[in-house]
Ligand binder design. Structure first.
Ligand SMILES: [Zn+2]
Length: 291
């Protein structure tokens, strides 16, 4: 499915049918879009299908922030978004959560100035083994240092955990998952002096595996987390699990037209397709292992 989506069916679908149908069906729904960014830089990702690209050019990022500001959006933290959804009312309207995974240094150079210009806050999820007192490399990109983290925190940017070593948690046993989840939180708290209550699941989230989700939820709760985001596509609503909130992936391909469609719910159908594809893949894997 994900290869099919990479043909930009997601874009066509969001802008036309079935996106328009989803947009119409969700009118009046209380939902908050959580945007998922990674790198903000001029990077050549042409070898990758667009769906898998994680870079947003600084000029497109500025376009996106300008559009959000022009539409009257306000940025809030993950926790504030959940509380706004739970308390109800129209206060959840025109709210957006802006998140960045992996702690890349280019946030400081390109993303922060645009956020600051419009008074937007953001949450950065750090894989703590890649953050040090000097810049380290993760995924071929330079990461921010603890000094950068503390500077950004003073400017109103929030930080959450993205594990210690950015592993496929799904492949680890309970004890190692717990270590990744707990140690990363403690490290960020030690380095920043502030409490950490949010977590971002690295890589694709195994959303159809209920026993795994139940185990991970328990570990996250035991380790002090209250909120979490993952790669499930969609907008967060009242029925969303606060520890596994849906997000909308954003990259350079998101011109204001596509961003507007995503924010209005016209991309939520891709989340349904994502769930179905994972469900089919999981039942195939089960069938194979039972043979
Ligand atoms: Zn990541």
């Amino acid at each position: 499915m994900e290869a099919t989506v990479s043909l930009r069916l997601d874009r066509a679908g969001a802008l036309y049918i079935p996106g328009q149908l989803f947009r119409w069906l969700s009118v009046g729904d209380r939902r908050i879009p959580i945007l998922m960014y990674h790198s903000v830089a001029d990077e050549d990702e042409s070898a990758l299908p667009q769906y898998y690209r994680i870079a947003t050019t600084p000029s497109q990022f500025l376009n996106q922030m300008t559009w959000l500001h022009g539409q009257g959006y306000q940025a809030v933290s993950v926790g504030s978004a959940v509380r706004l959804l739970q308390t109800g009312g129209s206060s959840a309207e025109k709210m957006v959560v802006i998140t960045f995974d992996d702690g890349y240094l280019n946030f400081c150079q390109y993303a922060y100035p645009a956020l600051e210009r419009f008074g937007f806050t953001a949450t950065i999820f750090l894989p703590t083994a890649s953050i040090a007192d000097r810049p380290l490399i993760f995924n071929r990109r330079m990461c921010m240092t603890w000094g950068d983290v503390r500077d950004l925190q003073r400017q109103g940017i929030s930080f959450g955990s993205h594990t210690v070593s950015h592993p496929q948690l799904y492949a680890l046993d309970r004890e190692r998952i717990r270590e990744e989840v707990l140690r990363s939180r403690q490290t960020i708290e030690d380095e920043t002096g502030s409490a950490v209550d949010s977590f971002a699941y690295p890589y694709a989230f195994p959303q159809t595996d209920k026993p795994f989700k139940a185990m991970l939820r328990k570990i996250l709760e035991e380790c002090g987390y209250r909120y979490g985001v993952c790669t499930r596509i969609g907008r967060a609503g009242l029925e969303s699990d606060p520890l596994f909130l849906e997000r909308l992936p954003v990259n350079s391909a998101d011109d204001p037209a596509l961003l507007e469609a995503k924010m209005a719910g016209a991309y939520d159908w891709v989340g349904g397709l994502q769930w179905l594809a994972k469900r089919i893949r999981r039942s195939r894997t089960k069938a194979c292992t039972q043979k």
